[in-house]
Design a protein around this ligand. Structure first.
Ligand code: HEM
Length: 129
């Protein structure tokens, strides 16, 4: 599920995009959320299945959480690196488990999709010295 559910564009000239005619100056948005949550591209999109990203090839333009083209997010690598570092720091030092693995996620769909509530137990990890 992309955090940013859509990206916006303005046609710089009369054009045809996705089979539709657009006049110069017309604005539209690409609903990345609908693309990434479409079971045609991503079977069982709601399922937690990290292995789905291990495929050798991913269908073009079906995984676009950072947008695309010349206006693609310039902070992508910083964000991905930051997230990896954060995960390593947290999971190296703490055991984290869900309070109720069967509880539904309280997702909020807005300008930035997010999870409103996810209860977890956090326990400092014990290291053998
Ligand atoms: C997980 C974190 C992030 C996500 C999911 C994200 C997502 C996005 C998306 C979807 C866009 C629109 C791209 C498009 O229109 O094609 C965007 C644009 C942008 N992002 Fe990010 N972003 C993230 C982190 C960052 C960071 C860390 C920075 C800066 C340090 C940043 C700076 C920008 C800027 C300046 C734009 C506007 C680019 C333009 O219009 O030319 N983003 N981001």
């Amino acid at each position: 599920m992309p955090v940013i559910p859509s990206v916006f564009r303005m046609a710089s000239k009369d054009d045809i995009v996705a089979g539709m005619k657009w006049k110069a100056g017309q604005t539209f948005f690409v609903h990345t959320h609908a693309i990434q949550m479409n079971p045609k591209h991503w079977p069982e999109p709601e399922k937690f299945d990290p292995d789905r990203f291990m495929k050798n090839s991913i269908e073009k333009n079906t995984l676009i959480p950072f947008g695309g083209g010349v206006r693609m997010c310039p902070g992508r690598h910083l964000a991905e690196t930051g997230l990896k570092v954060l995960m390593v720091l947290v999971f190296r030092n703490f055991d984290v488990s869900l309070v109720n693995p069967d509880a539904p996620l309280h997702k909020i769909y807005s300008l930035a999709n997010h999870c409103e509530k996810l209860q977890v137990y956090i326990k400092p990890r014990e290291f053998n010295t």
